[in-house]
Design a protein around this ligand. Sequence first.
Ligand SMILES: [Fe+2]
Ligand SMILES: [Fe+2]
Length: 333
Amino acid sequence: MYTQAIDLKPGAEPTAATPAPGERERAFEAAIADDRRIEPQDWMPEGYRKTLVRQISQHAHSEVVGMLPEGNWVTRAPSLRRKAILLAKIQDEGGHGLYLYAAAETLGVSREDLVDALHAGKAKYSSIFNYPTLTWADMGAIGWLVDGAAIMNQVPLCRCSYGPYARAMIRICKEESFHQRQGFDIMLALCRGTPAQKAMAQDALDRWWWPVVMMFGPSDSESIHSAQTMRWGIKRLSNDELRQRFIDATVPQAELLGLRIPDPELRWNEARGHHDHGPIDWSEFWRVIEGDGPCNRERLAARVQALENGAWVREAALAHAARHAGTGSREAA
Ligand SMILES: [Fe+2]
Ligand SMILES: [Fe+2]
């Protein structure tokens, strides 16, 4: 789902210095200046490559871990139709993870190493997936808000300077649009239902709002590597710009649902032409990112167990491939 610019904490690994001017460097800089795509076979600065590996792999991990909170409700969906939609949505997220691991592999890293780093707790994923899904309304809130935030974040990535990442984003964004609408549809059904159903929808909004607002990552003033990432054309809009766009788009949707956004300082600012919002509790954000959110341990344990449970499939596939290769060589002889 969702890049979060979580590499931007002050003191995080620095990006490499810009290399001395040379032919390859000039070709790279010219491509960036002309808004052309950088492809895997092109020369690129090591800092650019590392930044992309980190961002794309965090994004892939987020897609895959992001299947877990919703997976919690597949067996308890309120109708066959809702269950089929939720299953399709979760499968899409698995697909997004696979495109993104493949995009990362074009940068010379292996999917196995990336997954190992996730399971060892060395790689990050979006903080939002470390919150629990307590009621069916959370399926609505996740689709409406989390996938809605993902769209804000990912649409500009369709113009990312790295070709494989930008192309993966085009299809992913189309699917995120369906995810957002299915979530809003769940919220709408609950808000038009009984008072208890509407209260359930309000409770989900109350719990998800601030974690979703944090999904865009730290404020621009804290994002010390943001300028370089934007200069390289990896990122097109700052964290605060994306957050503002999301809030401005979501406020009228909440009004349509008849729900109250849990921010007493949220109000339209005529002079700015945007909504002002209250302060964000960044200490919660960093606590969750660093591994101490409500579900961090549970999420990682589920991913490790999934890898272990699938070991026999990988072994069988390798054995089959080896036997097939043996047969092929005998036939060739
Ligand atoms: Fe996704
Ligand atoms: Fe999604």
